[in-house]
Design a protein. Structure first.
Length: 115
């Protein structure tokens, strides 16, 4: 599997996650014991996640190693930031689960780039 394919797959995952956050945030948050906010911001996050998924999907089409590696760094940063939020008591520990998905995706792409 090529690194571009791993980034496209992650982009598709982000489209699904973003769409669920936009339309049905409780389906994503409740199973993890995360509170479902009543305000619009979780839906705004959904829009942003959809947009990032689009960048990943379409950016991977050109198979540019620098772009693909940038997604690795970005996804590792997501996990680091989420861990920081939890340690600062700004978020519940379950937020780290979402960061772990990003980290696993980053490793998948990184290993594919090394081939």
């Amino acid at each position: 599997m090529t690194a571009a394919t791993t980034v496209r797959a992650f982009g598709a995952y982000l489209w699904v996650l973003g769409t669920l956050l936009l339309l049905f945030p409780s389906l994503v948050l409740s199973p993890f014991g995360l509170p479902v906010p009543d305000d619009v911001w979780i839906r705004v996050v959904g829009v942003l996640v959809i947009n990032i998924g689009s960048y990943y999907w379409f950016g991977a089409r050109d198979d540019q190693p620098r772009f693909l590696m940038a997604t690795v760094y970005a996804r590792i940063f997501v996990l680091a930031a989420f861990i920081g939020f939890v340690f600062a008591k700004l978020a519940p520990a379950m937020l780290i689960a979402f960061g772990v998905v990003d980290f696993i995706g980053a490793l998948w792409t990184w290993f594919a780039l090394r081939r």
